[in-house]
Write a protein that binds this ligand. Structure first.
Ligand SMILES: Cc1cc2nc3c(=O)[nH]c(=O)nc-3n(C[C@H](O)[C@H](O)[C@H](O)COP(=O)(O)O)c2cc1C
Length: 203
């Protein structure tokens, strides 16, 4: 699909076909395409928890204001933003270092990420969420490109979800993303109002 079409046609849809599956293989392909998203220093401070099992989806729905799409979509991706993703010893950071960086770059790198993201809890939180948000967007456009539909959600009880799914403390959950096929017969309405360029530009 043309990228402009993806931008225009992607909608956060409410009506998923509960009978149609998104296979594990396709989901992994989507994740591996979406991971091309940019991130601060290429640190990729995100993980995903995949919720596919009907009982788990029901438990998640109960903690997400009973939103039907949580159980109707084939799968729900829990986006996990790693607030420790800038710290020395972090698994993803160390893999990036081992694959892409020279040993002499390490001291500079660690001191810079500490200065930028380690000064306050707010800085670590912002670091994690901005990068995971970019990944999430990349994932949704990738899914659209494969003819799938998505719905991002932050309407859920964050701490209760974290507890229910045993998500470690270093992760914030910026959003859940329902992924699946559109329920046949559902009309997709045009997009709601968006700001014009002039409205967006702060003088
Ligand atoms: C971070 C985020 C959280 C959202 N949370 C919810 C939600 O919990 N429930 C819901 O029905 N829609 C949710 N939405 C969907 C928005 O309402 C929707 O994206 C917006 O109205 C624009 O519509 P569109 O995505 O179809 O263009 C969320 C969107 C984003 C980006």
């Amino acid at each position: 699909m043309d990228f402009s079409d993806i931008l225009i046609k992607r909608r956060a849809i409410n009506f998923f076909d509960p009978t149609r599956n998104v296979s594990e293989t396709l989901l992994k392909d989507l994740l591996e395409e979406a991971v091309k998203a940019p991130s601060s220093f290429n640190l990729q401070p995100w993980k995903v928890k995949i919720v596919r099992d009907p009982e788990q989806k029901a438990a998640l729905r109960a903690l997400a204001f009973d939103q039907p799409k949580v159980t109707e979509a084939s799968v729900v991706i829990m986006v996990l933003a790693d607030r420790d993703g800038w710290k020395e010893g972090n698994e993803t950071l160390e893999k990036h270092f081992a694959k892409n960086m020279q040993p002499e770059q390490r001291d500079w790198f660690i001191s810079t990420t500490n200065t930028l993201y380690g000064n306050s809890e707010a800085a670590s939180q912002a670091f994690a969420n901005k990068n995971a948000g970019l990944f999430a967007m990349s994932f949704m456009y990738t899914a659209s490109n494969h003819g799938l539909h998505t719905h991002p959600m932050d309407g859920f009880d964050h701490e209760a979800v974290r507890k229910e799914f045993a998500i470690p403390d270093n992760y914030w959950i910026p959003m859940l993303i329902a992924v699946g096929h559109l329920n046949p017969g559902t009309d997709i309405h045009p997009k709601a109002w968006r700001q014009s360029a002039d409205e967006m530009i702060l003088e």
